[in-house]
Design a protein around this ligand. Structure first.
Ligand SMILES: [Zn+2]
Length: 487
């Protein structure tokens, strides 16, 4: 996601590392996890414009890839983030989010069944998850098909899920299996950042909608008379957006179809070109984009943009001189989050810091945009220093840890500065230490080691250490745990 951006002056900055030890060590990265069987989601979704609802039948084939016998399976219920009591947006974003006054949404289940028998189920606190009880234990390597019938009520909100003036957004509309670690990881809702965490799966989603709408979606579409079938394989999530106002332009780059869905955009061709360049550049820098299409979708959204596999949302509220930046940031997320997955709630820096730094790498390569790498880094340093100065004055001290869960950030500016801005400084510092050849090898190897998988803090550090052939744990620890002083 892109929350906000910061402009600063251009004074020179240096990093002072309080803790920086380099011990050449050969690491053996533990990324040889056995190939996991993917879950499969077959969803039949019908959108009602008059009721602003999405009625779904969903059959999820769930594989027990854990080493434990399971008595229930947990699914994250993002639509319930829009219940009144869950405060989908903070006060500072309410005006943008609710053009017609506050509005709420949720998901309600008609039935949850296994083999045509009703299942018992319970909800988590805040209704963040549904836990479906299994009549018989599901043993390791076994699979089970769970069938849901549910209705998603949409809030009138410019957000990942909800309807606005021009578009209807369907981010996170369906129950998605929680990742199993030492138990199911049941993320809390957070109105700051992206509270998502899931594994790659296969999707077949049939979407029925009035024929005056245009559909943008993850995966590859096949249109039928009264519906569209979307197939997406090996993706971490599935999203779609409907609008009566969409125009579409497209171009093909190295076998990937890049689509731009937009309204009111005189620079549409330029924005499509930016998207195509981002796919080309990031494919060269990190590794190939493995899917057939990517859709960049202009829509109503209270933040700058949001990433989903094969689809990124770009806010129609983003300032014109900033649209390219948001497009590049969200497309970088295709590599960092969509492909190399992580828990965006508990370790948001894993994807967000590297995504923001990757955005700078794009503008370093594409100098026709007039955003020089050096000035972007200097701006980040200046902004970070100002943040520390101001917050020290107000609060007496500043928590500078990058590695915190979303609810542990006290304010949105604290989150943006610690994760995005400081993330840029961390990777710039690492690049200066390792030099370009090694640094870019680290990025390529990290992508290759963890694409379609999950990376945690220790995986990222081990992968970079192995590629650089030196122990980078003290470096990363000092930044992530807030010990580095930026001066
Ligand atoms: Zn982001």
């Amino acid at each position: 996601m892109f929350l906000a951006f910061i402009r600063y002056d251009m004074k020179k900055s240096k990093y002072f590392l309080l803790l920086l030890l380099f011990v050449p060590v050969l690491f053996f990265v533990g990324c040889d996890e056995k190939t996991k069987a993917k879950n499969f989601y077959e969803i039949d979704a019908k959108y009602s414009e008059s009721e602003q609802t999405l009625s779904c039948n969903q059959k999820t084939t769930y594989h027990n890839n854990s080493e434990n016998a399971l008595s229930f399976v947990s699914f994250f219920l993002y639509p319930n983030a829009f219940l009144k009591e869950n405060n989908a947006v903070s006060n500072s974003y309410k005006e943008k989010a609710y053009p017609n006054g506050e509005s709420y949404g949720n998901i309600t289940f008609q039935k949850i069944q296994i083999e045509n028998c009703d299942c018992e189920y319970t909800f988590g606190e805040n209704k963040n998850v549904v836990r479906v009880n299994l009549k018989e234990k599901l043993f390791p390597t076994e699979q089970i098909c769970i069938e849901f019938d549910y209705v998603v009520s949409l809030a009138n909100i410019n957000h990942r899920l909800g309807y606005g003036e021009n578009c209807v957004n369907f981010g996170g509309f369906f129950p998605i299996a929680c990742v199993y670690e030492n138990g199911f990881v049941e993320n809390q809702f957070a109105n700051n950042g992206d509270p998502f965490y899931s594994e790659t799966a296969d999707f077949e989603v049939k979407i029925t909608y009035p024929n005056d709408f245009v559909l943008a979606s993850s995966g590859v579409q096949t249109k039928f008379e009264d519906h569209t079938l979307c197939k997406a394989e090996n993706v971490r999530d599935f999203c779609f957006v409907l609008s009566k106002n969409f125009s579409v332009i497209q171009k093909e780059i190295d076998g990937v179809e890049i689509n731009y869905f937009f309204y009111d955009d005189e620079k549409a061709e330029k924005h499509l070109e930016t998207a195509a360049k981002a796919v080309t550049d990031f494919s060269q820098m990190f590794g190939d984009y493995p899917y057939k299409q990517l859709s960049v979708v202009k829509t109503g959204f209270c933040f700058g943009g949001m990433e989903y596999p094969n689809l990124v949302m770009i806010s129609d509220d983003a300032r014109e001189d900033f649209v390219d930046y948001v497009i590049v940031h969200e497309i970088a997320h295709q590599w960092w989050y969509s492909l190399v997955g992580n828990n965006e709630f508990s370790e948001s820096f894993v994807d967000e810091s590297l995504t923001e730094y990757s955005t700078l790498l794009f503008f370093e390569k594409e100098n026709q945009y007039g955003l020089s790498y050096d000035s972007l880094v200097e701006n980040a340093a200046e902004s970070y220093k100002n943040f520390v100065k101001i917050y020290t004055k107000i609060q007496g001290s500043v928590d500078q840890r990058m590695d915190r869960n979303l609810l542990d950030f006290n304010t949105e500016p604290e989150y943006v500065h610690c994760v995005y801005t400081k993330g840029v400084l961390m990777y710039d510092c690492l690049r200066q230490i390792l030099k370009d050849k090694t640094f870019f090898r680290c990025l390529k190897n990290y992508f290759n080691d963890y694409k379609f998988k999950i990376a945690k803090r220790e995986n990222l550090i081990e992968s970079f250490s192995k590629s650089a052939n030196r122990n980078l744990k003290p470096f990363f620890d000092s930044w992530l745990d807030g010990k580095v002083v930026v001066e």
